[in-house]
Design a protein around this ligand. Structure first.
Ligand SMILES: C[S@@+](CC[C@H](N)C(=O)[O-])C[C@H]1O[C@@H](n2cnc3c(N)ncnc32)[C@H](O)[C@@H]1O
Length: 499
């Protein structure tokens, strides 16, 4: 609370009630202070007037009455247009009102007006910078969260600190076993080995097993294309993207300009990986979104690409498991050059003119890097079970007297495949070796797309961070630490690792 030597009694008294958490009473006293100022000769003390209004705003923020807090903050700015704190309160009120653009403007004004000689300037600056990052984060993610409240209404995304950057939080208390949130990928792909083993049995869109005794398989329609669907809906949902990459849906002329066709030619001799397949489906999606000028979705796609990437993360890349990363980079190189050639200008234009808001523009040059970073660090694999038991025949070596002979052995296993997806909300979750959530494996039944369902592993109190384990949390500490450092680039400081 801001304090000053004149009109001390009512303001200081208000502050005492504020500290005790009686915000209504504090507001009443600050208001009396304003009245008193107006009726005495100190009426011209605008600085004090601004402080009192600012304190009223702070109290309303505590009460989550953001209309009122904003009104007081704006009045405080009117009384003293140089008050950094009043701009800070206006920023916080705008966040409460979900007006993120306005929030950002006010945080910037706060930073501009901070008096560095002031003792509290460091705290003020930290709050404003945090608020600024938070409003950027919210401006991007809030529309996704609000687009499907049935999936995301229990969670929110906030800027946490400069180590973890963004994080996912519980908006309400969630009991053990309850669903925390579900997430839909904006891009997903069947793994290379599942494609190889199960392609004929799996829907190319929702990547679920097709029960052929009940469902007729629907083909893509492109001559020679082996894409297939479990329903008309999956086909309808998939075709706009798939037609960008289906070499058989393109006529000869457009085939030559087909990015996926070019890409496949380029990587003909490169090893194929699931991640590369995912990259392919990202190109298809971007291609489709740009062509159809679906700016809102494009914003989601491209915004995620630029936003999921974290500067500190990319800076750590060279120190990662060099071999792996080097290999991956080599694999991506043709894709990156292709993107540049194919979309370079257009993409930049679109990014600048239509898609990205101001703060993303600075990311443009890093776009391709971001794509790589995003795929590396944010894709999540998901296993899909068919419910069918299958016999797996394996060759095993057995000893027979002094000789070792090969025998075939049959093992019964549930048929399953796996794929990778980019899940925008899921990928905001940070790691802990003491996670409070787990991925539910009952996920795929009854849903028409690949959906990630996240359940509480223990009670999650309202306001706490939602955390999952990026590795097997039962591994020995040393192994976990090494794995997290080499694969995700951070030193785990969770309570289990610090013990
Ligand atoms: C999938 S992202 C999680 C969201 C991320 N915080 C962000 O802002 O985009 C994974 C990255 O977050 C950071 N991270 C996650 N958990 C962390 C932890 N426990 N300590 C430090 N950094 C962490 C690491 O940089 C990691 O590579």
């Amino acid at each position: 609370m801001t304090s000053s030597s004149s009109s001390p009694s009512l303001k200081d008294l208000g502050n005492q009630f504020y500290v005790k958490g009686d915000y209504e009473k504090a507001i009443e006293l600050y208001k009396q202070g304003i009245e008193e100022l107006g009726s005495n000769e100190n009426g011209g003390n605008n600085e004090l007037l601004s402080i009192l209004k600012c304190n009223i705003s702070t109290s309303y923020i505590q009460l989550k009455k953001y209309e009122e807090s904003l009104k007081s903050a704006l009045e405080a700015i009117e009384s003293n247009p140089n008050s950094a704190k009043a701009f800070l309160r206006a920023g916080e009120s705008y966040i409460g009102l979900k007006l993120y653009k306005e929030a950002k403007e006010n945080y910037l004004m706060c930073i501009k007006n901070i008096n560095t000689n002031d003792e509290s300037s460091k705290t003020l600056l930290a709050s404003a910078e945090n608020g600024l990052l938070n409003s950027k984060m919210k401006q991007f993610y809030q529309p996704i969260l609000e687009s499907s409240p049935e999936l995301y209404n229990r969670v929110e995304i906030k800027y946490l600190d400069n180590v973890k950057e963004k994080a996912l939080f519980a908006k309400e208390t969630i009991q053990k076993g309850e669903i925390v949130f579900s997430d839909l990928p904006y891009c997903h792909q069947l793994s290379v080995d599942s494609l190889h083993n199960h392609f004929t049995k799996i829907c190319s869109h929702c990547i679920k097993f097709i029960n052929t005794s009940e469902t007729t398989i629907i083909k893509c329609g492109g001559k020679g294309c082996n894409y297939q669907y479990c329903s008309e809906k999956c086909k309808q949902d998939s075709i706009p993207y798939h037609s960008q990459s289906c070499l058989n849906l393109s006529d000869k002329k457009s085939l030559e300009n087909n990015p996926i066709y070019k890409y496949r030619k380029m990587v003909e001799n490169a090893p194929t990986s699931t991640q590369l397949l995912l990259a392919e489906s990202i190109i298809s999606m971007i291609s489709y979104l740009l062509k159809t000028k679906k700016v809102k979705n494009c914003n989601l796609a491209l915004g995620s690409v630029t936003h999921l990437k974290r500067t500190s993360l990319m800076a750590q890349q060279p120190s990662f498991n060099g071999k792996n990363l080097g290999d991956l980079q080599k694999q991506y190189q043709p894709l990156l050059s292709l993107l540049e050639e194919q979309y370079g200008l257009k993409l930049k234009e679109d990014l600048e003119n239509n898609i990205l808001s101001q703060e993303f523009k600075k990311c443009i040059l890093e776009f391709y890097d971001n794509l790589l970073g995003m795929i590396n660090f944010n894709s999540t694999s998901t296993v899909i079970k068919s419910g069918n038991k299958v016999n797996i025949v394996e060759n095993v070596q057995v000893k027979s007297g002094k000789k070792t002979i090969t025998k075939s052995k049959t093992r019964v296993q549930e048929d399953q495949c796996w794929g990778v997806g980019l899940f925008p909300i899921f990928s905001c979750m940070n790691h802990s070796c003491l996670p409070n959530i787990e991925i539910s494996n009952e996920i795929q039944d009854g849903v028409d797309r690949v959906k990630m369902v996240v359940k509480a592993k223990k009670l999650i109190p309202a306001g706490s961070e939602i955390l999952h384990s990026y590795c097997d949390e039962n591994l020995p500490t040393k192994e976990r630490k090494q794995l997290l450092l080499s694969q995700y680039g951070f030193k785990c400081l969770c309570p289990k690792c610090s013990r």
